[in-house]
Ligand binder design. Structure first.
Ligand SMILES: [Zn+2]
Length: 307
């Protein structure tokens, strides 16, 4: 797409286009697709139509989810290839250690732990060293083989629903930087919940750049190219961009009690630039002082409720 077309697409941010989803992939309200506002963004997946749910405020890719295409796409990303994927195990160490520090207060050593979207096993290796009985699941067969080669059980599956493990068997399920690729948040949360034992824990590291998309759309009224760029940076290669407050509401509605929330623990890496570290720190203080959710990432810990 050239610059002129890019500008035109930003001007067309509120154009009406058909969307393949009948329901929001986050809150599942029925979408009146005929009146849904959409925009076209250039992402690492190519030109995509994105829409905004009028119910929960999430932005989402309007195209239909294809599991095979998702595997092919993941193989093109750093976390989908052996060399760069295993390097990320080290790069993301700070975030993995922060999450294990949180878990220590809630889940005793020896608990079973399933990591969903485990990639090349960086979190699993550390959790195993902590004494958890770990296993992983990922959609990329090469990643699954790599994790198995580290002596950790791992299965290749597109969804937790397809996983052959007993219900109520897991003490902890972790979902780190993975739910932004799910085609349905509620469906995966239900599948996870059924695998958790009573009072089992769900720990999520989630991205929230929906506020950046909103700023991009606002800026785009006067500076279309700047607005477009900001929206594209915000959605990256994700399939959905969810305001963390909306995600927390859905998590609660699916039968979890949220027991811990932190943006500081979501800092991805000790090697992040000063700019990134500053954004997380400001996000942390904005939340502590004003309960304002503007950090780009969050760690959520939720306990399976009885209902
Ligand atoms: Zn929604």
């Amino acid at each position: 797409m050239d610059r002129v077309e890019s500008t035109e697409t930003m001007k067309a941010a509120l154009d009406i286009s058909p969307v393949s989803h009948d329901r929001c992939p986050v809150c599942e309200i029925e979408l009146g697709t005929q009146s849904l506002a959409t925009m076209v963004l250039r992402t690492p997946r190519g030109s995509q139509v994105w829409a905004r749910c009028p119910g929960c405020g999430s932005f989402f890719a309007a195209e239909r989810y294809d599991p095979e295409r998702e595997v092919q796409h993941t193989r093109t990303r750093p976390w989908g290839r052996v060399e760069s994927g295993s390097a990320l195990n080290h790069y993301k160490g700070l975030m993995f250690e922060a999450i294990l520090r949180v878990l220590r207060g809630y889940a005793p050593q020896g608990s079973t732990l399933l990591d969903v979207g485990c990639s090349y096993g960086g979190f699993l290796q550390r959790a195993k060293r902590e004494g958890y009985r770990v296993r992983g699941i990922d959609i990329v067969p090469e990643a699954v083989e790599y994790v198995r080669s580290q002596g950790i059980p791992c299965e290749c599956a597109k969804s937790v629903e397809d996983l052959d493990i007993p219900k109520s068997s897991q003490g902890v399920i972790s979902v780190l930087d993975c739910n932004c690729y799910w085609p349905s948040q509620r469906k995966e949360l239900r599948a996870l919940r059924s695998r958790l034992c009573p009072n089992g824990l769900l720990v999520m590291r989630v991205v929230d750049t929906s506020w950046m998309v909103r700023i991009g759309l606002w800026l785009g009224r006067w500076f279309p190219t700047v607005g477009q760029r900001l929206c594209e940076k915000a959605v990256y290669d994700h399939r959905v961009s969810i305001p963390v407050r909306s995600l927390m509401r859905v998590v609660r509605q699916e039968g979890f009690e949220i027991v811990y929330t932190s943006s500081r623990d979501a800092m991805p890496s000790r090697y992040n630039s000063l700019k990134v570290k500053t954004v997380y720190t400001l996000g942390h203080f904005a939340w502590r002082i004003a309960r304002c959710y503007v950090a780009p990432g969050w760690v959520l810990l939720a306990r399976k409720g009885s209902s």
